[in-house]
Design a protein around this ligand. Structure first.
Ligand code: BG6
Length: 482
């Protein structure tokens, strides 16, 4: 028992947080290129017009665009089997609506894939990781516009055809379930509102929710169409979905808390999983839509497409857990990955208040595998921490090693429970920009990048202690975690 011999160990990134080169090589602006930096207490704002005097973290991010060879060599030295990255849609179609793709953009990713191949690393490519071209966001209010489906399918087809011999593993939409949150409205769905608003602004009116769930429906249809076309282009492709793993425990054994936690798991995780893995809307969605006054604009034929375009595997991010309470007196909240809940007295939290819960990963893996029985992949997991350079000039990050060790142990237990697990790509293997806060200070990597919250630094890379530790983990296929 233990991890399979072809287990995909590696790391994960997203173009808007990692790549930079935002206006180079013919790339057009994307939604994150309009979003400023922030902190936990000063949420990120977004601008309709990019202001040249304002610092936007995605513009240079950590400069993978110019440093991909160096980074991939470092990943190769760590023994990566797999590297999760996203293609920046507006590098391929600068406005999203262009007649022809941008050849320079296509060539950039060829160069990346060739370099990965040279180092024996399998790419896992997300087609859309919060990277809607700004042109589409502006013209259609993001995914609310049904036409965006066709633009996405054309983009996906271009990528599948261009890279059919270089990429086998694909994901359609990053954390598709995040679309239901305030954050996801602009980042995931590219839906605009008033200029200069904080990203996290939630509005739960029936009108807004109806637009949000219609936009999400458009993503479901787009994803299903892409899966069908991808399999036609190359039957060897393995195309997965990607869900933000949201685990909420009932705060007490009060049956009401337990039921509320189940309901929250349903809408938080299974709702999108059911549509993308089982190929249809689940039974409980009807009541949720009714209770919240939600009307989803669907068209004839959509149900058939959803049924045809089911994914080959289920992938997800997992960072933390929280609790759900029905008692109005229980109010102490925990911070979280685009979502939050009640604080759990049994758990410790990261520097950013995310509650650390390795056992929850085993629970999540078992619960999801039990429902779908398709291969699973953990495509994001990691610790955002405030790394300091020590007097010896090195970065000692035992807290990160401890976090990862415990989560890998939990995965191993799940594998021994019988869960079919394809791989593990730790989030932010090279330090990159935080999605929720826009900070650089919140670091996840095995590799440090010299860059700060205000955009200072020369981008040079340094190995942290966790670099050698993860190398050993991969070398021993997860047997030596000490
Ligand atoms: C996931 C996203 O939700 O969490 C990533 O897919 C993100 O894009 C990651 O970076 C960690 O969140 P944060 O806010 O710490 O960057």
């Amino acid at each position: 028992m233990g991890f399979s011999k072809d287990f995909l160990w590696g790391g994960a990134t997203a173009a808007n947080q990692y790549e930079g080169g935002w206006n180079e090589g013919g790339k057009g602006p994307s939604v994150p290129d309009h979003i400023r930096g922030g902190t936990v207490s000063a949420p990120r704002l977004w601008d309709k017009e990019i202001d040249p005097d304002i610092y936007y973290p995605s513009h240079q991010a950590v400069d993978f665009y110019h440093r991909y060879e160096e980074d991939i060599d470092l990943m190769g030295d760590m023994g990566f089997k797999c590297f999760r990255m996203s293609i920046n849609w507006s590098r391929i179609y600068p406005t999203g609506m262009d007649e022809n793709p941008n050849e320079e953009g296509i060539e950039f990713y060829h160069k990346v894939f060739r370099k990965l191949k040279e180092r024996g690393i399998e790419p896992l490519v997300t087609l859309s990781h919060y990277e809607l071209p700004w042109g589409l966001s502006e013209k259609y209010d993001g995914w609310y516009g049904r036409d965006v489906i066709d633009h996405f399918v054309r983009y996906a087809k271009t990528c599948f055809e261009a890279y059919k011999d270089e990429v086998k593993y694909w994901l359609t939409f990053n954390e598709i379930n995040i679309g239901m949150s305030g954050f996801g409205k602009i980042m995931g769905l590219g839906m605009q509102g008033e200029d200069h608003q904080p990203m996290f602004k939630a509005d739960n009116s029936p009108e807004t929710l109806s637009r949000v769930f219609t936009a999400l429906h458009h993503q479901f249809v787009a994803s299903a169409k892409a899966v069908v076309i991808g399999h036609e282009i190359n039957p060897e492709f393995r195309i997965g979905n990607m869900i933000a793993g949201m685990l909420g425990y009932g705060y007490t054994c009060n049956p009401n808390d337990v039921f509320a936690a189940d309901q929250s798991f349903n809408m938080g995780n299974f709702f999108c999983g059911d549509v993308q893995v089982r190929g249809h809307y689940p039974y409980y969605a009807k009541r949720y839509f009714k209770d919240n006054g939600i009307k989803v604009e669907m068209e004839p034929g959509d149900e058939e497409i959803l049924a045809k375009g089911t994914v080959d595997f289920y992938s997800f991010s997992y960072y933390m857990s929280s609790c759900i309470s029905t008692d109005p007196e229980v109010t102490e909240k925990a911070a979280g990955n685009m979502f939050s809940g009640i604080k759990n007295p049994y758990l410790e939290a990261s520097d950013w208040g995310w509650q650390i819960d390795p056992a929850g990963l085993r629970t999540y893996l078992n619960r999801v595998y039990g429902r779908y029985e398709v291969p699973l992949m953990v495509v994001e997991n990691g610790l955002g921490a405030n790394d300091e350079i020590s007097e010896d000039g090195k970065i000692h990050d035992p807290y990160r090693i401890d976090y990862l060790r415990k989560h890998i142990k939990a995965m191993k237990e799940a594998v021994e429970d019988g869960v079919e697990l394809m791989g593990y790509t730790m989030w932010g293997c090279v330090d990159l920009v935080s999605a929720s806060t826009g900070e650089m200070k919140k670091r996840y990597g095995f590799i440090y990048v010299d860059r700060d919250n205000d955009g200072n630094g020369d981008f040079h890379r340094e190995k942290k202690d966790s670099f050698d530790w993860y190398k050993k983990v991969i070398e021993t296929n997860g047997e030596d975690l000490e």
